[in-house]
Design a protein around this ligand. Sequence first.
Ligand code: ATP
Length: 354
Amino acid sequence: MAQIRIENVRKEFGAFTAVQSSSFTIEDGEFFMLLGPSGCGKTTTLRMMAGLELPTSGRIYIDGEEVGQKPASQRDIAFVFQMFALYPHMNVRRNISYPLLSQGMPRLQVRRKVDEVAAILGITDILERPVGGLSGGDRQRVALGRAIVRDPKAFFMDEPLGALDAEFREHMAQELRALHDRMGATTVYVTHDQLEAMQMGDKIVVMNHGVVEQFGVPQDIYDWPATRFVAQFLGSPPMNFLEFDGMIGIGGTEVVLDGVAVAVPRSLDGANGRLTLGVRPEYVTPDDAAAYRGRVVATEYLGTTQIVSFETPNGALKARIASDQVIRPGQTTGLRFDPRTITLFEGQHGRALH
Ligand code: ATP
């Protein structure tokens, strides 16, 4: 069990800064996601927490102890990498036993511990089989077994499901989360997949270009993105952005788009200039009584819902609505936005005004 805290941690590779000064805390027992596009610095951040990379500056604490300059071997943690490197000439039991035997644990104790881990993972019946002939899922479980058998303080996983096909990936994600809930060990997990991050994570850090854009629980990040980047990176289709020139007085509760007043949450105070109104597709409703107008350019059937693309005076917009609602390309309709879920972004840096 471990709380992990990073404080103003920064990593440079020569003249290139991979991670800008970053700070956040991972609480004991949390399933914590490092999320962002390729090259944003999430792997480097994980490797610094784990001790595989030393920070250029800043501090890293595990359970209050500063470990920033300590190697991985002294941090009592375990890795699960994307490529599950098992020992192919050994059977499953030997693979899982290996970390304990190399620590010098007595054989009988190792046997008991491996039996216990195999029961947790549901692989008791394959313990004596060679790993060579196992299915992908079983190999994954054996690799997990090898990581959890030492009872480390924390697990570090770098895109562990990246190589799997979609269906199996979903299944393993659920298994991994269930395993975490049974064991309760702090887990730090790198992914570029926003759905995986929202489904599995207790908390998420969203990174972009080496900068922590936002840190929080999935629902807050989804509903209240701190920046345009976060709003766009999470959600499928992503949040809509409508640009306009505007001004919101203190206590302002509406903005004017194309001459039409649109209600916004009361918290949006004191902005002016070039603004962007952000609204998620599921909070846009076609409604003929609404004054703000859009023209349907396409519809995409998705089973129970459909995505309708509109052209509006302030830019393109998508709505997710029930698929039994009849709406046709070429049609013009009013559009209603749920005011509770609107986010306004300032023009220059794309930061949210809330
Ligand atoms: P990916 O998902 O593609 O691995 P990432 O978000 O995990 O992306 P990092 O692997 O942390 O990103 O890399 C961040 C940046 O730092 C990248 O531009 C990468 O090229 C650079 N980088 C990483 N390791 C090194 C290194 N050892 N030397 C030089 N540059 C590096």
